[in-house]
Design a protein around this ligand. Structure first.
Ligand code: WAQ
Ligand code: MG
Length: 264
């Protein structure tokens, strides 16, 4: 055993909703960490606390998974640079986000005007489709197809944390977690851009991100109290295969160096 042992911790919590035939598990909360051995116990306790105090409700089911991770399997990435956009209204913020993502797609695909147009009109509809999902939509800008193996669940980016963060934190820091996820996602094979709105009813800041855009925080993207949110990963199947992209998102261990990344 050495102090270079890392452990991955994953938590997800859900609640049963509905009756009889309609009964189903609704996702309440999830978290991801990669920490050193000494922090495992405390971080685990903090995750459970977080699940049990979430604003989406009281969980009926909490799953915590702890796995050893070898240091040699970890890739270290530099955090995306952060910019901040202030807007008057959430409608303005959402439009801006759609616009930024639309442009990122156009830059990839200058030759296919028809697809670009239909894509711009599709974005609000795609976002609505993500609302009940626990993961993200993986949308192929080359074909207009969804590439998640399971459309109801979506694709989850996992096995990631901030570098040197053995910090034990029971309450969620949306920004810190999002910059880590967005940095991992932006470095995925074939990834064009990401679009994100939180599903937490009292967190209205969202973002769009890509290697070219960096991480663009948009301070209002939905109405306060709205519990609908989601993520769309915009992917280009001409640049990589869906399989390698999903494999990277779900399996590759990533630590993100957030030192150069100042919250703005
Ligand atoms: N992989 C893929 N999709 C995910 C993941 C994941 N690991 N975690 C969450 N999602 C999806 C899922 O469908 C959620 O409903 C949706 O994203 C939103 O997740 O700079 O809190 O955890 O201050 O609610 C942005 C911070 C916070 C902006 C985003 O997302 C800022 C946030 P949430
Ligand atoms: Mg949430």
């Amino acid at each position: 055993m050495s102090d270079m042992d890392y452990y991955s911790l994953k938590m997800r919590a859900s609640q049963q909703v509905g009756d009889g035939e309609q009964k189903r598990e609704q996702h309440i909360s999830g978290a991801e960490r990669i920490v050193n051995r000494d922090s495992v116990e405390a971080v685990c306790a903090a995750m459970v606390r977080r699940a049990m105090t979430h604003s989406k409700g009281d969980p009926d089911f909490i799953n915590v998974k702890i796995e050893k991770v070898h240091e040699s399997d970890i890739r270290i990435l530099k955090a995306l640079p952060v910019t901040r956009v202030d807007v008057e209204t959430w409608q303005e913020g959402l439009e801006m986000a759609f616009g930024l993502v639309g442009n990122a797609v156009v830059e990839c695909d200058g030759s296919r005007e028809d697809l670009i147009k239909s894509f711009a009109q599709k974005l609000p509809e795609l976002l609505r489709e993500t609302f009940p999902m626990r993961g993200a939509m993986l949308y192929d800008i080359a074909t207009g197809e969804r590439l998640e193996p399971d459309h109801e669940r979506g694709v989850r980016a996992t096995y990631m944390d901030a570098l040197h963060s053995s910090e034990v934190d029971g309450c969620k820091n949306h920004f810190n977690e999002a910059i880590v996820l967005a940095t991992k996602v932006a470095n995925a094979p074939g990834m064009v851009a990401e679009f994100c709105v939180s599903d937490d009813p009292n967190y209205v800041t969202g973002y769009v991100a890509s290697k070219e855009l960096g991480y663009v925080r948009i301070m209002k993207m939905k109405e306060m109290g709205d519990e609908n949110g989601g993520r769309i990963f915009l992917f280009d199947s001409r640049k990589a295969s869906a399989e390698e992209c999903i494999e990277y998102l779900q399996k590759k261990k990533v630590l993100v160096d957030v030192a150069p990344c100042q919250k703005k």
